[in-house]
Design a protein around this ligand. Structure first.
Ligand code: GRF
Length: 188
């Protein structure tokens, strides 16, 4: 039996995409990058790693349902088993969720349920808390509300800037996401 196949959804830099695709022990194949931003650096990263890219710009579709139907079809055509969101800056709508709930995972840079949303790092930094972290969770219809799979804490030091904090959080993300993917995929 071959490896499970996964699609990564990303909108931006792609440092998590890179960590996943370069992991030596993922136990699944990254068969597709789905990207919604035509100028996102993650597209070049995918090409460098020989990962096919589905670039779908929502502005080209009359509705979110139409946009997601194109993605849904591609995932079926490619026999994809898992979706890993890695900086995908868009809510997953009912078209994708109805078919995929339970097989879509997201990574978020805070200890959920604290600091959900677009700027988990900045929000925690500005709140003045001494601890934040990284959460990997199942995706549901809410914003960063799905069942938690794994978390790791990151301390915030008095001399941290948002930038130094971000670097430490991302280092944890790049280690934790491939590890959790390996665990999830290996037990199915
Ligand atoms: C990560 O911090 C991730 O937790 C969040 O978006 C960011 C994506 O960064 N969901 P990158 O594009 O993987 O570098």
């Amino acid at each position: 039996m071959g490896n499970a196949k996964a699609a990564v959804f990303a909108s931006g830099t792609g440092s998590n995409f890179k960590a996943i695709v370069e992991s030596p022990s993922l136990a699944c194949d990254i068969a597709l990058l789905v990207c919604d931003q035509p100028t996102a650096p993650v597209i070049d990263l995918a090409r460098q790693h020989g990962v096919p890219v589905l670039l779908v710009d929502p502005r080209d579709y009359p509705s979110k349902a139409a946009f997601e139907t194109v993605i849904l079809q591609k995932l079926a055509d490619d026999h994809v088993d898992w979706i890993f969101l890695a900086g995908y800056m868009r809510l997953i709508g009912p078209v994708l969720l109805n078919e995929w709930e339970g097989r879509i995972i997201n990574i978020h840079p805070s200890l959920l349920p604290a600091f959900p949303g677009k700027d988990g790092i900045g929000d925690a930094f500005r709140a003045g808390v001494t601890e934040t972290g990284v959460t990997i969770h199942y995706v549901d219809q809410g914003v960063d509300t799905g069942a938690i799979i794994a978390q790791e804490a990151v301390q915030i030091f008095p001399d941290d800037t948002q930038d130094t904090l971000k670097k430490r959080i991302q280092a944890v993300e790049h280690r934790l996401y491939p590890k959790v993917i390996h665990q999830l995929v290996s037990r199915t």
